[in-house]
Design a protein around this ligand. Sequence first.
Ligand code: SF4
Length: 227
Amino acid sequence: MKLSQYTIVEEVDNEILLYNSVYSAIVLLTQSEFHDLQSFINNDNLEKTELFSYLENQNIIVSDEIDEEARLVSVANEKRYNPSQVTFTIAPTMNCNFSCFYCYEQGFRQHTMTTETAKKTAEFILKNVLPHQSLKVIWYGGEPLMGLNSIKAISEIIMKNEKKYKNFNAEIVSNGYLLTEKVAQLLKSYHVNYAQITLDGDQINHDSRRCLTNGKGTFARILQNIV
Ligand code: SF4
């Protein structure tokens, strides 16, 4: 066995945190358990305990013969070429209320989709989905909640044309700052059943990186929105 190349090891309060960044698995081990794990990895003759089987199930450790990169490509291709589902990633706006120093958007034009473009986007989606296919839309940005009108417009056109696909689901990748309960209810009514919200560590670390355009921290409000 070997530690997955995607497992990050960090000491936290004298315990060992193992995090697999592909499968989002998190396990906290005592120093002694981690020591046993290292011995197990380095010695093929040691017995696989219940804990090590669990770590394997969580992909924290993997068999030596597994090529993890090839496995990732295979899973990605399986999703990409799955004929029963078609996925569209849509940025209703490139605008954002945050000013993260590492943002890939630096230098991009921060345009928001017009009503006309929203209508054409919905028509494009409906033209490219088949009646037997599941339709998935991922709302992305910029901060997609700053383009809520386009999310509404596109979702409503899709939902009015339900005969053109088998079922419709959506996800959103958001910074979470505008995700009030009312907005969450609205998104739910537009079939958004999964939200990926970014917190960059604890409040001090998060607020030093993910601040509003006026420099104000955002951690407290995001936490209030999602708990
Ligand atoms: S929240 Fe996302 S899009 Fe907005 S500035 Fe930060 S990294 Fe960029």
